[in-house]
Design a protein around this ligand. Structure first.
Ligand SMILES: Nc1ncnc2c1ncn2[C@@H]1O[C@H](COP(=O)(O)OP(=O)(O)OP(=O)(O)O)[C@@H](O)[C@H]1O
Length: 294
């Protein structure tokens, strides 16, 4: 499929609540994370703290992602991966530190080029009763904030995006008729149709069968080869291994590894055994993945 249609003018989900919970004071007191003339830097977080109520979830997370990189965020359940991803998009309560996207600080969300960012949130329990079809849902990825009509060739692009996730034949199906895994694929297509420069994905293939994971890794690989920067939260590296150049491992809200993609830990290859050994920079992966097919 062609995901470089030239015209990209879309609104992200992230832009619905950019930096809404960011503490202005903390932003003002934070040191500047990156030189402002560094155009290569797509994402820059500097000494980022996030807290929910009194619970400190992220601690002094510093992270730089440059244009064209493909970076995985890894870590055990509850280590703060999704929180970090949400904080990077202005959707988590930053208590200190600073985030810049495409060299624009989140403290001025209006300046951030949200249209260049595609976001696939973590899978939520399947909704029921949604009247929209898969195609209509993908088309919403092409809507803009200040323009309520769709760009030219929107339908073709949406069908291409659905095709890329293997759902072209279900374009006319209502979302509630699709399985949870299929709904997740629609969500991925909705991000792909935007042709983003930065694609941020939170466990995009969780609950998706291995054949679809492979196909999806291929699509991501094409996008990445075309210059898209990819940041992806993963529980298991699996089919994404060939795509990834770097991994950032979180433990208890802190970065404990930033570098090479960890290898599966020896002796931990049993089914359903999947976690990161941050101490020695390895990650366990199951030999087989027991998952219910979508
Ligand atoms: N909205 C929230 N309110 C309160 N606590 C939260 C909220 N979101 C996340 N947390 C807490 O923050 C911690 C990190 O959660 P997060 O979802 O970031 O972890 P994760 O590494 O993505 O985990 P998983 O792999 O299970 O998805 C957890 O203890 C979680 O309970």
């Amino acid at each position: 499929m062609t995901l470089r249609p030239g015209q990209r003018a879309v609104q992200t989900e992230a832009s619905n609540c950019p930096a809404a919970t960011t503490t202005d004071q903390a932003q003002h007191h934070a040191p500047t994370p990156q030189p402002s003339d560094d155009r290569d830097v797509v994402v820059a977080a500097h000494r980022l703290d996030v807290a929910y109520q009194s619970a400190r979830i992220l601690r002094e997370v510093t992270l730089t992602v440059r244009s064209g990189e493909a970076v995985a965020l890894l870590g055990a359940n509850g280590s703060g991966k999704s929180t970090l991803m949400r904080a990077l998009l202005g959707m988590a309560p930053i208590t200190s530190g600073q985030v810049r996207l495409f060299d624009h600080g989140l403290q001025s969300p209006g300046a951030v080029p949200w249209h260049r960012i595609g976001y696939v949130p973590q899978r939520t329990p399947a909704s029921t009763g949604l009247p929209a079809t898969a195609l209509e849902m993908v088309l919403t990825g092409l809507l803009q904030r200040r323009r309520l009509w769709l760009p030219r060739h929107a339908r073709t692009r949406a069908l291409e995006a659905l095709d890329a996730v293997g759902l072209a034949s279900r374009a006319g199906s209502a979302l509630h008729e699709l399985s949870g895994g299929q709904q997740q694929r629609v969500s991925i297509a909705r991000a792909l149709v935007r042709d983003p420069d930065l694609l941020v994905l939170d466990e995009p293939v969780a609950g998706v069968d291995s054949a679809t994971q492979r196909a999806f890794a291929g699509v991501l690989g094409e996008l990445h080869a075309g210059g898209t920067t990819v940041v992806v939260v993963l529980h298991e590296i699996g089919e994404m291994r060939g795509l990834l150049q770097r991994a950032v491992v979180l433990r208890h809200g802190q970065v404990v590894h930033d570098g090479a993609v960890p290898e599966p830990a020896p002796g931990h290859a049993g089914a359903d055994h999947q976690h990161v050994h941050a101490d020695h920079g390895t990650v366990d992966e199951p030999a087989t993945i027991q998952r219910s097919l979508p």
